[in-house]
Write a protein that binds this ligand. Structure first.
Ligand SMILES: [Mn+2]
Length: 345
C-alpha cells in the first residue's frame, strides 16, 4: 500500500464522517465485487461507529446475483428501480461517498443528481486519473489492488472500535474479486498483510471463497464451456478472445455477473499476453473486458481504441458496432501492437 493515509486525510475524513447525520454511499454502474465490498464495508462500519447516522447505499443498476449473499446487499437501493427514493435520499443527505470509480460520468443518470447536491463528496478509489474537481476529498491510489483494501486501511486508521465481521467479510470479497483470488500482480505484500489481518479477525475465508467462486448456476457453467469452446486463439499475437452475442447469452439464460471471470481464462494458456472478452449488450453496443500480462498496458489500449480505460492489466471499453465488426476491429488493432505483444514478459 503506497497510499499515504496521512494524519491530515484521517482528520478530514473522520471530521466529514462524524459530522454527518445522513450519508449516501454510491457505487459505479454494473457494480462488481470490489464496489460492493467497499460500499458494504463502509456501510457496516459507519453503522457501528455512529449508531445515530442514517447510511444509505445506492447503485445505478443491479449488482450481480452472485453477490446477493453479502450481508446488507438487500439494503442496496437500485436507482433504476427506485428513482424517487434515491432522488429524495440524495436531496436530503449531508455527505456523499463515491467508491471504486474515478469520475461521476460512470454513474449513468445518477451523475446529475449528485452534481446538483451541495454537500461534500468523498472519493475512495484506485482507478487512474480521478476527476479531482468533482470531489471535496480524494483518497485514491492506483497501486492498491482494490478499493476495499483502501477502505480497510482507512477504517484501521480511524476506527475506535473493532471492524465489524460483516465489514471484514465485505473487504475480503472486494480484495478477492479484484485480484482474481489474489493471483494478479496487483496483489502487493500489503494486500497479503490486510488478508492476514482479516483472517486474524476471524473472517471465514473458505465461506467467502465458496460464496464467490462455487456459487454458479448449472447454465452459467454450460455457458462457460460454450465460451471456451468458441474462444479464438491468435498465437501470432499471443492473444485470445471470446465473443458472445445476445442470442448466445440468452440461450444460457444469462444473468448479470455470469460472465464476470470469462476474460481471465484465455490467459491460462501458456505464453498468452492479452485476453479480451466481448459481448453484445441489450442496447446493441459491444462491451469489452481486457486482461494482460506484464507490461502490456491494457488501459492505454482500451482508452485509445475502445472508448474505455482501467488498470494496467485489467481494463474495459465499449464500441457501437456489430459483434463481428468488433472482433475484426480488435484483431486489426493487435497488428499495431505486435512488437509489444511478442516482447518477452
Ligand atoms: Mn476496484
Amino acid at each position: 500500500m503506497k497510499l499515504p493515509i496521512d494524519s491530515e486525510t484521517v482528520t478530514l475524513l473522520s471530521g466529514l464522517l462524524g459530522g454527518a447525520k445522513k450519508v449516501v454511499i454510491v457505487m459505479h454502474v454494473n457494480p462488481d465485487g470490489d464496489a460492493m465490498g467497499a460500499c458494504l464495508a463502509l456501510y457496516h462500519s459507519l453503522l457501528q461507529l455512529y449508531p445515530e447516522q442514517e447510511v444509505v447505499m445506492v447503485s445505478p443498476n443491479h449488482y450481480p446475483a452472485f453477490l446477493q449473499w453479502m450481508d446488507g446487499a438487500d439494503k442496496m437501493l437500485i436507482f433504476k428501480d427506485k428513482r424517487k427514493t434515491v432522488k429524495e435520499k440524495i436531496a436530503t443527505t449531508d455527505l456523499i461517498i463515491c467508491v471504486d470509480f474515478n469520475a461521476l460520468s460512470r454513474l449513468e443518470g445518477l451523475e446529475k443528481l449528485l452534481l446538483s447536491s451541495p454537500v461534500p463528496r468523498i472519493l475512495i478509489d484506485h482507478h487512474i486519473h480521478p476527476n479531482k474537481e468533482e470531489f471535496t476529498l480524494v483518497i485514491s491510489d492506483i497501486q492498491v489492488s482494490s478499493t476495499s483494501e483502501i477502505v480497510y486501511q482507512l477504517m484501521k486508521a480511524f476506527m475506535t472500535i473493532p471492524i465489524p465481521m460483516s465489514a471484514a467479510e465485505a473487504i475480503l470479497t472486494g480484495m478477492m474479486t479484484d485480484t482474481n483470488n489474489f493471483r494478479d500482480n496487483a496483489s502487493t505484500p500489503e494486500t497479503f498483510e490486510v488478508l492476514a489481518d482479516l483472517l486474524r479477525l476471524g473472517v471465514d475465508k473458505d465461506k467467502v471463497t465458496a460464496a464467490v467462486y462455487d456459487n454458479f448456476s448449472p447454465l452459467r457453467m454450460k455457458l462457460l464451456g460454450y465460451a471456451l469452446e468458441n474462444m479464438v486463439i491468435l498465437p501470432e499475437y499471443r492473444a485470445a478472445y471470446v465473443a458472445l452475442s445476445l442470442a448466445e447469452l440468452n440461450r444460457f439464460n444469462f444473468q448479470p455477473g455470469d460472465t464476470e471471470s470469462f476474460v481471465n481464462y484465455p490467459l491460462n494458456i501458456a505464453k498468452m499476453k492479452l485476453s479480451a472478452y466481448m459481448s453484445e449488450q441489450q442496447d446493441g453496443s459491444i462491451r469489452f473486458s481486457f486482461r494482460s500480462r506484464g507490461d502490456f498496458l491494457v488501459n492505454d489500449f482500451a482508452r485509445k481504441h475502445f472508448n474505455g480505460g482501467g488498470h494496467r492489466n485489467a481494463a474495459g471499453g465499449r464500441l457501437n458496432c456489430s459483434l463481428k465488426d468488433a472482433a475484426a476491429f480488435f484483431v486489426t488493432q493487435l497488428g499495431n501492437y505486435k512488437d509489444a505483444l511478442l516482447a518477452p514478459i
